[in-house]
Ligand binder design. Structure first.
Ligand SMILES: Nc1ncnc2c1ncn2[C@@H]1O[C@H](COP(=O)(O)OP(=O)(O)OP(=O)(O)O)[C@@H](O)[C@H]1O
Ligand SMILES: [Mg+2]
Length: 257
C-alpha cells in the first residue's frame, strides 16, 4: 500500500479548511496510508509569551533551554497534537496521537548543546509502532520530540522529523502543509522548483526562515528515494482528481541506490 507523509505546520493548524480534509479523505479512499507529523510554532510562542519567555531562533531552529523544553513538550503533546487528532476525527478519519519520544520512535543526538540547548537531530527511527498502527487502518499523528542517548528529551524541528519518518518508512509522497500556497519567488508561487534553484534562492534570500528547514527536508527525502515532495497550503484543497496543487520539488540530482 502506498504511504503518504503529511507534515502539518503549526502555522496553519488553526486554519485548516474543509477542502483540506476532503483531500485527505480522497487519498484514504484511494487506498493510501497516511501519517501525520505536526509542528506547533504559534502555540509554543503563545505559551512562552504568557510566561514572559522570548523565543530565540538560530538558523530557523528554536533555542531550547530546560524551561522551554518543558513548555514545548506540554504544548505539542497536550495541545497541538490533541487539536489535530480532534480535527481529523471530526472529519471521519481514524487518527491516533503518538509522541516521538515513546517506544524509541525518534532517537536523536544534540545538534549543538552549547548553542541550541535541547534541540535534536534524529539518528534512528523505530518504525515498528507506526507500521503497527497503519496495519490497523489508523492515521498516526506524531509529535516531533525525540529522546537522546542520555535519556533527555530533545526538541526536533517538525520538518526534519517529517523527513526522518518519510525516509524510514519509504513513503511514496511527502507533503509539507503550510500557511502559503507554495514557494514564492519574486512574489510568484512556483509550480515546480529544482535543487539548483532552491540553493540559489536560499543564497539570494528569497527562501528564508521557516521555509529553509522545509526545503532542506524535501531535498533529503528526494535523495533517499521518496518519489515526490510538495509544499502545499492547508487552507485549500491540495488534491483533486489525481492532480496536486502547490510547489513540486524536483530532485534532478536524485541518486537511487
Ligand atoms: N520563498 C518563500 N515562499 C513562501 N514562503 C516563504 C518563503 N521563504 C520563507 N517563507 C516563509 O515560510 C513560512 C512557512 O514556514 P513556517 O516555519 O513559518 O511554518 P510551518 O513550518 O508551516 O509551521 P511550524 O513551523 O509551526 O510547523 C511562510 O509563512 C513564509 O513566511
Ligand atoms: Mg516551520
Amino acid at each position: 500500500m502506498k504511504k503518504i507523509l503529511i507534515k502539518c505546520g503549526g502555522s496553519v493548524l488553526d486554519q485548516l479548511s474543509e477542502e483540506f480534509f476532503e483531500s485527505i479523505e480522497e487519498l484514504v479512499k484511494k487506498g493510501h496510508q497516511i501519517i501525520f507529523v505536526h509542528g506547533g510554532g504559534p502555540d509554543i510562542n503563545q505559551m512562552l509569551e504568557t510566561m514572559n519567555v522570548t523565543p530565540i531562533f538560530v538558523n530557523g531552529l528554536r533555542r531550547t533551554d530546560a524551561k522551554t523544553l518543558k513548555v514545548v513538550e506540554m504544548v505539542l503533546s497536550g495541545k497541538t497534537n490533541r487539536k489535530l487528532v480532534e480535527k481529523l476525527t471530526k472529519n471521519r478519519l481514524q487518527a491516533i496521537g503518538v509522541n516521538g519520544s515513546d517506544a524509541g520512535l525518534f532517537q536523536a543526538d544534540y545538534v549543538n548543546k552549547e548553542e541550541l540547548g535541547f534541540v535534536g537531530e534524529i539518528q534512528a527511527v523505530n518504525k515498528s509502532i507506526i507500521q503497527l498502527l497503519l496495519s490497523k487502518g489508523m492515521i498516526p499523528v506524531i509529535t516531533p520530540i525525540a529522546v537522546a542517548r542520555d535519556g533527555e528529551k530533545l526538541n526536533v524541528n517538525a520538518d526534519y522529523a517529517a523527513a526522518a519518518i518519510a525516509n524510514a518508512l519509504e513513503v511514496e509522497h511527502c507533503l509539507f502543509v503550510t500557511d502559503v500556497d507554495g514557494i514564492k519567488i519574486r512574489g510568484e508561487i512556483q509550480s515546480e522548483i529544482t535543487i539548483e534553484e532552491i540553493h540559489h534562492h536560499i543564497q539570494s534570500g528569497e527562501i528564508y526562515g521557516g521555509m529553509i528547514p522545509k526545503v532542506q527536508s524535501a531535498l533529503s527525502a528526494l535523495k533517499k528515494g521518496v518519489e515526490s515532495v510538495m509544499i502545499v497550503s492547508g487552507k485549500n484543497k491540495f488534491f483533486n482528481n489525481q492532480s496536486w496543487k502547490g510547489t513540486k520539488i524536483i530532485g534532478k540530482e536524485m541518486v537511487i541506490q
